[in-house]
Design a protein around this ligand. Structure first.
Ligand code: MAN
Length: 184
């Protein structure tokens, strides 16, 4: 079956966050898709950095979490044919007396399952299957990734999106015509 090309719509639903309450809050905002994810992990998920798509251009989010971890996993999605549909994982403390942190993460795309990464220990969490695609992550981080949540958007076919873009371009050309004429 051929993968359907889709982009996210601007209406999103926030789900989560899952994990602990430690660390400081981070929010990557809302984008049009995800091109890749870099996870650094060991006994837990030390950090996450997401490369989004923003209206057809790559947008690199900040790295969230700490500087430790021994394994670097670079997930490259086959954008725009592939998009993330779900995230799941486990959380519990890794240090004595500490609050729960994200121990493992597993991502699901329309084409495959990526992971698990980290250690599947502690309380499991999973995103209820609501359809749509992930267009932004948020959560908390300190030495480690304390929690993670995401924003889900309904999917739209690229064809519809391109038609809309063409219309906007046409409208833009018309609007600037008097200036263009004056210049020539
Ligand atoms: C640091 C602090 C905590 C946080 C842990 C794990 O100790 O930022 O608030 O829970 O790291 O990330």
């Amino acid at each position: 079956m051929q993968a359907q090309k889709v982009v996210g719509s601007s209406k999103t639903v926030k789900v989560g966050p899952w994990g602990g309450h430690g660390g400081i809050e981070w929010d990557d905002g809302i984008h049009t898709g995800i091109r890749g994810i870099t996870l650094i992990h060991d006994r837990c998920i030390d950090s996450i950095q997401v490369e989004y798509d923003h209206n057809g251009k790559p947008f690199l989010g900040e790295k969230h979490g700490g500087l430790g971890g021994s394994v670097t996993t670079k997930i490259k999605l086959l954008y725009p044919d592939e998009y993330l549909t779900a995230v799941s994982g486990h959380s519990c403390p890794v240090v004595y007396g500490g609050s729960p942190v994200i121990r493992s993460l597993t991502f699901k795309s329309n084409l495959r399952t990526l992971g698990p990464f980290g250690v599947e220990d502690g309380t499991p969490f999973s995103l209820p299957t609501v359809g749509g695609m992930i267009v932004g992550f948020n959560g908390k981080g300190g030495w480690y990734l304390d929690s993670i949540g995401c924003r889900i958007s309904a999917t739209r076919s690229v064809k519809m999106y391109e038609t809309l873009q063409k219309k906007l371009v046409k409208f833009g050309t018309m609007a600037t015509k008097p200036f263009a004429t004056a210049k020539s």
